[in-house]
Design a protein. Structure first.
Length: 367
């Protein structure tokens, strides 16, 4: 076993480009997509074409800016329309005394969100004006706000243990997702060395040596585990200790989940190896299927958006779904061993089945 392990290690020392590129790729993808996914304040120009445009703008500007997600800025009408034509802004709001008109260059998701929010503000203001009648609307508004601060029915959201509910951290999810995704490629390509040795005749020559067949399989698989886990470890250490990503207080548990995931993916790689006859077929099949797994597992989207039962069932057949569940529970909810035991068991079960079937297929094909 040790001789096979050393032989594979020397190959990567002589040509480490693949491992380096996949490691760097997981870091770059996390930076790119995590920064893109961060919610930023949307700036929306507002203007009025009424004769008393100044009064209209001063009336609606503070009311519209009662939201941290949007910044409504009083802008000259010509400047606002120019920004829209040049696509510097997604939308602008033309105000009147009691109505509005949204002007947009295209119908994007942000435009829909802006329109929904502005519609809500104008509707609430119309209700206050109706309730005020001949009275001062400012007085009515203050009374409503004071009443809502101490309303008879109030809701409070807490976690199970009584503390605050942690805010979902999408960049952390993308960090784990891209790290494991790239490691899946590394692990699969290393396991494919079994097929390469069989096709080239190296496997048959090694059988005549003192190395047993079990030792040959073990050497290849242990090395695949070693290089895959090392890649995950390097990325997680860089983000946790050098880039100050908050991965929680149980970094050792995170590494344990990563180790079980790596072991399970080695078995999945062995299963793919059992279905192909040549290394070239593996390079066609494996890279075609693996990129689909994070998509159907919901790695690139917030939780709850992917609910199709067929896709969920297929995703559960791969260890990525269970590893992401355990890692996010540890990082965001400080889960203990009992909470992550079920995902670990599922990954180990996938590993046992995949390894048994994969080795059996490889040996039967040879016979």
């Amino acid at each position: 076993m040790l001789a096979v392990f050393k032989a594979q290690l020397k190959k990567d020392i002589r040509s480490p480009l693949t491992v380096i590129l996949l490691t760097v790729g997981s870091i770059l993808l996390t930076f790119i997509f995590a920064n893109t996914n961060e919610q930023t304040e949307i700036t929306v120009p507002i203007f009025s074409s009424e004769t008393n445009s100044g009064e209209v703008e001063e009336k609606w500007e503070p009311l519209l800016n009662d939201n941290e997600d949007y910044a409504f800025v009083i802008t000259d009408e010509e400047e606002a329309r120019t920004d829209l034509e040049e696509e510097n802004m997604e939308a602008a709001i033309q105000l009147s005394e009691s109505d509005y008109r949204i002007i947009a260059a295209s119908n994007t998701q942000n435009v829909q969100l802006i329109e929904d929010y502005v519609h809500t503000v104008f509707t609430q203001e119309a209700q206050l004006e109706t309730a005020a009648g001949s009275e001062d609307i400012g007085t009515i508004r203050n009374e409503v706000e004071a009443y809502l601060e101490d309303a008879p029915l109030q809701t409070q959201v807490e976690s199970i243990d009584g503390g605050d509910v942690p805010e979902y951290n999408m960049p952390i999810q993308l960090l784990f997702g891209f790290t494991l995704f790239m490691a899946m490629f590394t692990i699969g390509f290393k396991v494919n060395a079994v097929t390469s040795d069989k096709v080239s005749g190296v496997w048959d020559r090694m059988i005549l040596s003192p190395v047993s067949k079990t030792g040959m399989y073990t050497g290849h698989l242990v090395y695949s585990f070693f290089i895959g886990f090392l890649q995950i470890l390097i990325v997680l250490v860089i983000f946790n200790y050098l880039l100050d990503y908050d991965l929680g207080y149980h970094f050792g548990m995170i590494l344990t989940v990563a180790a079980v995931f790596t072991l399970s993916m080695v078995s999945v790689g062995m299963l793919f190896t059992g279905f192909v006859k040549t290394p070239e077929q593996f390079y066609m099949v494996y890279p075609s299927i693996i990129p689909i797994i994070p998509i159907i597992s919901g790695v690139y989207m917030p939780p709850g958006l992917l609910s199709n039962p067929v896709l969920v069932f297929i995703a559960d057949l791969f260890p990525l779904t269970h590893a992401m569940e355990a890692l996010m529970d540890i990082s965001l909810h400080e889960a203990g061993w009992n909470e992550i035991m079920l995902p670990l068991v599922f990954m180990l079960l996938i590993g046992v089945i995949g390894m048994g079937v994969g080795v059996n297929l490889v040996e039967r094909r040879k016979d």
